[in-house]
Design a protein around this ligand. Structure first.
Ligand code: SAH
Ligand code: SF4
Ligand code: F3S
Length: 450
């Protein structure tokens, strides 16, 4: 009987992609993925450390799993991802029932480590080398050797990792510590992976990296100097690909050439996630973001020149150390000027080994909470106004999920659209025309057009 594997994934798309790779890797070793932790032979928690809350969630889940482990002593419990990288052996000290700790660049060692644990050659395993190797190349082979994953609601869209690590050292951020230095993956590998995925029926690709705009700049392994816009053009040319997206971008590395891609490349979706973090130059400086609000606004204006209908999304940190009322007002002003379609906003939290953790002028929780609510309420109003711009229009929607009664899809601008099903049969990945009849702050409602 084959063994069962359950992976619980926290954090960003990088982690989601890593979990997919692990499922394929262990699939080759005879592990069948299940979507329930109950009765699984191996449970892996793929962890995120970006904010304090994210890390707390991991430890509370590990605490709960102690019972499971008592009930089934053969269960193997592993911690992987960014908390594993950051905390290493300390996880074992805090949670002695954990059997396996694997950092962000060692996931390819999972099969041998699990093998030793299963055969009781070792009692627990750890691998947290950073800068050990580039994680992705072996996956190329894996992808070719394993059959396409079974069709599911998400099978028409996939992530493709184009780089690893980050060199930016924003003063609040754990990522350079948990993912190591930036390395770009060779263009030929990326294009080949996209070609394989598209030949397996994938229609939408999202290119992933912590700062994709700097692709090719620090490349231990990239084959010759290739910029991100050049890479985008190569990927966009893969025949059969219908939609292309990428994330994340750093404003300082957003070039005119990249903006031009939004005018030139038909498959590139009119949606851009460009984290600004704060609307105050003083705060941006202490964050080590290396751009000013004025430069950010100039880039937004230029981008809209190339693609007037582009939907902009951003990330905001509220209550960074030293953020005054005036700094916060500047962030509200920026929101009102750019009028982002959507944003992800978070209360600042101290993270281990970051510079800002040592800053003294911390903002009280209740002040952060009040500011966050003000920001999010205003964003909700703007999101509703932005979504209302689609009313009466016919938009192209990719079907994500459907049953006999209702269909859920997504526009190129990344808006979720709900529709009633018709007699026509539908499958995830289908492109349909939809007339928008109703706009909410988080989604749209529409009617299928014949
Ligand atoms: N590489 C990406 C995403 C980084 S993490 C980028 O640079 O855009 C995603 C978001 O988490 C960040 O954009 C930031 O808004 C938020 N974040 C990171 N560290 C944080 C911290 N210490 N406290 C609160 N939010 C944080
Ligand atoms: Fe973190 Fe800054 Fe790198 Fe993004 S660019 S991952 S926020 S250090
Ligand atoms: Fe979290 Fe690591 Fe991603 S800290 S946001 S899972 S890179």
């Amino acid at each position: 009987m084959s063994k069962t594997l359950f992976i619980k994934t926290f954090g960003c798309q990088m982690n989601q992609r890593d979990s997919e790779i692990i499922e394929q890797l262990l699939g080759q070793e005879g592990y069948a993925s299940t979507d329930s932790a109950k009765n699984a032979d191996v449970i892996l928690i793929n962890t995120c450390s970006i904010r304090e809350k994210a890390e707390q969630k991991v430890f509370s889940l590990l605490g709960h799993l102690r019972e499971e482990k008592t009930r089934n002593p053969d269960l193997l419990l592993g911690v992987i991802g960014c908390v594993a990288q950051q905390e290493g052996e300390r996880i074992k000290e805090r949670m002695p029932h954990v059997d396996l700790i694997v950092g962000t660049q060692e996931i390819f060692r999972l099969p041998e480590m699990l093998e030793r644990l299963t055969r009781k050659i070792t009692t627990w395993e750890i691998a947290t080398n950073l800068e050990a190797s580039f994680v992705i190349p072996p996956f190329q082979k894996l992808l070719k050797n394993t059959p396409p994953s079974p069709p599911g609601p998400q099978s028409y869209k996939r992530f493709v990792t184009i780089m690893q690590g980050c060199n930016n050292f924003c003063s609040y951020c754990v990522v350079p510590g948990t993912r190591g230095r930036e390395i770009s993956r060779p263009v030929t590998d990326i294009v080949e992976e996209v070609e394989i995925l598209v030949s397996q029926g994938v229609q939408e690709i999202t290119l992933l990296g912590q700062n994709v705009n700097s692709y090719g700049q620090t490349n231990a392994v990239a084959d010759g100097p290739v910029s991100f816009p050049q890479l985008l053009r190569r990927v966009a040319a893969v025949s059969g690909l219908k939609r292309l997206r990428f994330t994340s971008s750093h404003p300082k590395d957003l070039t005119d050439d990249l903006m031009r891609c939004f005018a030139e490349l038909e498959v590139l979706c009119p949606h851009f996630h460009l984290p600004v973090q704060s609307g105050s130059n003083a705060v941006l400086k202490r964050m080590n973001r290396k751009y000013t609000v004025e430069q950010y606004l100039e880039k937004i204006a230029a981008l809209r020149g190339y693609r007037p209908d582009i939907a902009l999304a951003t990330d905001i940190i509220i209550g960074f150390p030293g953020e005054s009322e005036a700094d916060f007002s500047a962030t509200m002003d920026l929101l009102n000027r750019v009028r982002f379609h959507s944003s992800f906003s978070f209360k600042y939290s101290d993270r281990p080994y970051t510079r800002s953790a040592g800053f003294t002028d911390k903002i009280p929780e209740e002040v952060k909470g009040r500011r966050l609510t003000l920001f999010q309420n205003r964003q909700d109003e703007i999101s509703l106004e932005r979504n209302s711009e689609s009313l009466g229009k016919i938009v192209e929607v990719v079907v994500e999920d459907c049953d006999k009664v209702s269909i859920k899809g997504r526009t190129g601008a990344n808006q979720v659209v709900h529709m009633a099903a018709t007699s026509a049969s539908m499958a995830p990945g289908d492109l349909v025309g939809v007339r928008i009849d109703h706009a909410g702050k988080h989604s749209l409602k529409g009617t299928l057009t014949p």
